[in-house]
Design a protein around this ligand. Structure first.
Ligand code: RP5
Length: 169
């Protein structure tokens, strides 16, 4: 059963949003992915958000660039958690427009905003939300974090071998 809906304002967002799909796949979480534009397909946006919970989705990841109204508008309609991915798109002023549009939501309508282009983190956050209610998924997320730690510790050892004094261990 599909648990996560990944939506984006344009097909030009796909190269960034792909990372959310990739990490969800890694965690064996079923997802769907499509284009929903707040400005170009407003009725589709309302339909998607209104039906999401009844269709069985648990979390929505929404990415958009420029005047990025999609995540906030989806959050204004659905009772599901919405994770927003600001995208540095071709119409963006260095990504700031998108970051601020998604981040600075009014009281009452939160969007969990990740960093610019950080679709991978959006996927991890979606998995973490689902993992709060699913022990086996929770274990997978813990294991993933352990691999991150191991990678850093490998590099700590590598720097030591190269002769850098870390003064700690
Ligand atoms: C936003 O405008 C989309 O999310 C995309 O990031 C940006 C540019 O869209 P295109 O002109 O490439 O379709 O609504």
């Amino acid at each position: 059963m599909i648990q996560v809906g990944i939506i984006m304002g344009s097909d030009s967002d796909l190269p960034v949003m792909q990372a959310a799909a990739d990490i969800l796949k890694q965690f064996d979480i079923a997802y769907e992915l499509t284009i929903v534009s707040a400005h170009r397909t407003p009725l589709r946006m309302v339909g998607y958000a209104s039906k999401a919970r009844d269709r069985g989705l648990k979390v929505i990841i929404a990415g958009a660039g420029g005047a990025a109204h999609l995540p906030g508008m989806i959050a204004s309609i659905t009772s599901l958690p919405v994770i927003g991915v600001p995208i540095k798109s071709s119409n963006s002023i260095d990504g700031w427009d998108s970051v601020l549009s998604i981040l600075q939501m009014p009281n009452g309508i939160p969007v969990a905003t990740v960093a610019l282009n950080a679709a991978k983190n959006a996927g991890i956050l979606a998995a973490t939300i689902l993992g709060a209610f699913d022990e086996s998924l929770g274990h997978k997320i813990s294991a993933y974090k352990t691999t991150l730690e191991s990678e850093v510790m490998k590099n700590v050892e590598k720097l030591k071998k190269e002769g850098w004094e870390n003064g700690f261990d």
